[in-house]
Ligand binder design. Structure first.
Ligand code: ATP
Ligand code: MG
Length: 248
């Protein structure tokens, strides 16, 4: 479903943030991306939908293939149509209700029928446990509630691939569980392919079928949760896990 080939990202005048990253993700696979801060995890996710334009490399999602060396707007648009991102900071439209937030992209971008988009949005809000708050504006919702609306909004695009960038790291600790439970339920459905950047090791251990460990802009570990979390061979991964456990 997803293929990343020789992906390199260099910001202007800087060093390489991603260095020759290659991996593939199968249809319906749930992959957790772990790694130290500043190691290129967000940059990697953003390259997958060209929010960030790679310096080199080829990204393929489904039938959309984009080569950084020579890409067109139409190719990028086709690539974007395959994925949806859930951000750390929710990024909801402040002047729209929960329901309007979920309906916005299907109606405005995908030009879907409004009544149908509304039905779908209501079903998705129900799925994330937010139906009773459908008419609330973001400012009247808790962080966890806003993030669940953010997840419903991503699902409304009916993406093949869901990208999560630290979806709980901006939340107060008591609100983390409700969002993780929502993501866990989605992962269990195995409907869409999911790539989740997270520092929640226990969650990654439970939910992911596979772990990618990113270090210094490179894939330093790629395996099952058992291989990467329970029996890490790489000293950098051991160090990272110890650090996270001490913190948590
Ligand atoms: N727009 C930008 N311009 C220049 N450098 C950038 C830009 N965005 C990110 N970087 C640099 O790229 C590196 C990787 O950043 P990135 O946000 O991908 O890391 P991360 O692994 O997501 O970290 P964290 O766990 O803290 O979220 C960092 O050194 C960062 O300073
Ligand atoms: Mg990040």
């Amino acid at each position: 479903m997803v293929s990343v080939e020789h992906l390199t990202k260099r910001f202007d005048g800087g060093t390489d943030v991603l260095r020759d990253v290659s991996f593939t993700v199968d249809d319906h696979e749930v992959v957790a991306i772990l790694g130290p801060s500043g190691t290129g995890k967000s940059t990697l996710l953003r390259c997958l939908n060209y929010l960030c334009v790679p310096t080199e490399g080829v990204i393929t999602i489904g039938d959309a293939r984009v080569d950084a060396a020579n890409h067109t707007k139409a190719q990028v648009k086709a690539l974007r149509a395959h994925s949806a991102m859930v951000f750390q900071s929710y990024n909801l439209f402040k002047n729209k209700t929960a329901l309007e937030n979920v309906m916005a992209a299907p109606v405005l971008v995908q030009k879907r029928d409004k009544a149908q988009a509304r039905e779908q949005a209501l079903a998705l809000l129900d799925k994330v446990g937010m139906l009773d708050r459908k008419d609330y504006y973001p400012s009247k919702l808790s962080g966890g509630q806003q993030q669940r609306v953010g997840i419903a909004r991503a699902l409304a695009m009916e993406p093949d691939v869901l990208l999560f960038d630290e979806p709980t790291s901006a939340l107060d600790p008591e609100l983390v569980a409700e969002v993780l439970n929502t993501i866990r339920a989605l992962a269990e459905e195995r409907k869409s392919t999911m790539l989740i950047v997270t520092h929640e090791i226990h969650f990654a251990r439970q939910v992911a079928s596979r772990i990618l460990f990113l270090d210094g802009g490179q894939v330093a570990g790629d395996g099952t949760p058992e291989e990467i979390i329970d029996r890490p061979q790489n000293p950098r991964i051991q160090q990272f896990l110890q650090f996270i456990q001490q913190k948590g």
